[in-house]
Design a protein around this ligand. Sequence first.
Ligand code: AMP
Ligand code: TRP
Length: 332
Amino acid sequence: MTRIFSGIKPTGHLTLGNYLGAVRRWAEVDQHEAEALFCVVDLHALTVEHDPARVRRLSRQAATLLLAAGLDPALCTVFVQSHVDEHTRLSYLLECTATDGELRRMIQYKEKSARAQASGESVRFSLLSYPVLMAADILAYRADEVPVGEDQTQHVELTRDLAVRFNQRYGHTFTVPKATRPAVAARVMDLQDPTSKMGKSHESGAGIVYLLDEADVVRKKIMRAVTDSGRVVEYDRETRPGVANLLEILAACENGNPNDLAGVYESYGALKKDTAEAVVEALRPLRERHAALAADPGYVDGVLKEGADRARGMARPVVDAACRAMGLLPAG
Ligand code: AMP
Ligand code: TRP
């Protein structure tokens, strides 16, 4: 059976980009068709300046939202990265497989380190080694597929390179995984700046729809989305990025096609109105389930504990095998 692994960082409140680009597919497709593991990757949230209490809160909230989005602990494994030591054990072995040069070529590292330096912050070493930990997350489970948004493609490519290199040097140990992407909305853009990704850790909230935003807030954000000054509703990411983004969001919510939808609308206003309603409807059940689950943190903690126990059982033999393959003496 195909094995799937994916993760989400607790660096901010989850967004519509997370949902349409990743989480919805995990719930609607992946958990039903494969042996799937979904992880709140809290160690990744420590690569930038953070408030410990906030990371703790956001980790529980992310796990609660994953369950609210429909992940079913009877069908898949939901857990927190730091509860399973195997991730960091394997990460070190992979640091001894990766090169400094290939890590410095990662687009996200270049962007995030430039941003940190520009605002006078120091760049943590873990920001550079981050994709190695991500590779460890995936390879520890011998995952075949990694369902992610477009921004993670380069990191999954690196994971593949590390798996191949390790296997060649030390004998076959890891499965070489591949990234899979949703048909539409693999890159949901910021509503106020449709040339940049809708990202949960961006400062301004006006262009970002959060999964827990009230319906009226969602409507307002979408009605105020930046478009161009044209009038024709066309699906063209290059010349009309704002309109294209709305068409993709609407298409994703309605399982439609952005090109076909473009032909249906005669004004930007009508497109915005329908997109707003479609998003409100898509998020309604999730918000309702979230409210019920948040009232029962003991249940969520139980799911996470069971998930970590199961994940550990899967990862330990793989990471032990990697240690032996690299020449480490078994503990006996
Ligand atoms: P992150 O929030 O960076 O931990 O991302 C968790 C998952 O959501 C990853 O698979 C990302 O690729 C995906 N994702 C994050 N932001 C977006 C976005 N704006 N559009 C599509 N997918 C996204
Ligand atoms: N780096 C991913 C992101 O920023 C999160 C992540 C960490 C991940 N480990 C992973 C995604 C393993 C898929 C598989 O979105």
